[in-house]
Design a protein around this ligand. Structure first.
Ligand code: CTP
Ligand code: ZN
Length: 156
């Protein structure tokens, strides 16, 4: 693969492959990686892919992704493959799937929604459509598009 011409293989960690081009930095934000955590990190953007034309790749040494990080990635970039690498070998290839329910990760846009007013309430959205993404609040039915989700997660 072209990416290997730019960045060598890693010993231990996670390779997030088949990221739609231009979305690598967004995914890093979703994972809360700012670059000062001490992970050895490689971001490869706009490399050739047989399947996708152009793609991005992220390699993080020494990090395994948490379940909710995988869910967020699945929402905004369902094409990605997550490769777990140990001792230079890919030991697991996880084709991710869009979750049916997303709990506690996103905020309802409706300020009078119970999820924004009851401190005990945990936000919850159900996925209505995967592509293009459409999710709705389980409390008040307010809807979020993929673009809304990306905006919210990018802190805009
Ligand atoms: N990789 C890496 N370090 C390793 C092993 C793999 O950085 N020690 C990277 C590869 O460069 C590639 C991704 O992890 O970007 C997946 O590796 P592999 O499964 O070997 O590649 P493919 O078979 O091409 O993957 P796919 O079929 O998912 O396209
Ligand atoms: Zn709501």
């Amino acid at each position: 693969m072209e990416g290997e011409l730019i960045v060598r293989k890693i010993r231990e960690g996670t390779v997030i492959d088949h990221i739609p081009r231009g979305k690598a930095l967004l995914l890093l934000r979703l994972m809360g990686i700012k670059g000062d955590e001490g992970y050895r990190l490689a971001v490869v953007s706009n490399v050739e892919s047989k399947k996708m034309g152009k793609k991005d790749i992220i390699k993080v040494e020494g990090k395994e992704l948490k379940g909710e990080e995988v869910d967020l990635i699945a929402l905004v970039a369902p094409t990605v493959t997550i490769n777990i690498v140990r001792n230079f070998e890919v030991v697991e290839k996880r084709k991710i799937s869009v979750p049916k329910i997303v709990r506690g990760l996103l905020k309802c846009p409706n300020t009078s929604c119970v999820s924004n007013n009851d401190p005990e309430a945990v936000s919850e959205f159900s996925v209505r459509r995967e592509s293009p993404l459409l999710i709705s609040c389980s409390y008040c039915e307010s809807r979020l598009s993929g673009e809304d989700v990306v905006k919210q997660l990018s802190g805009d």
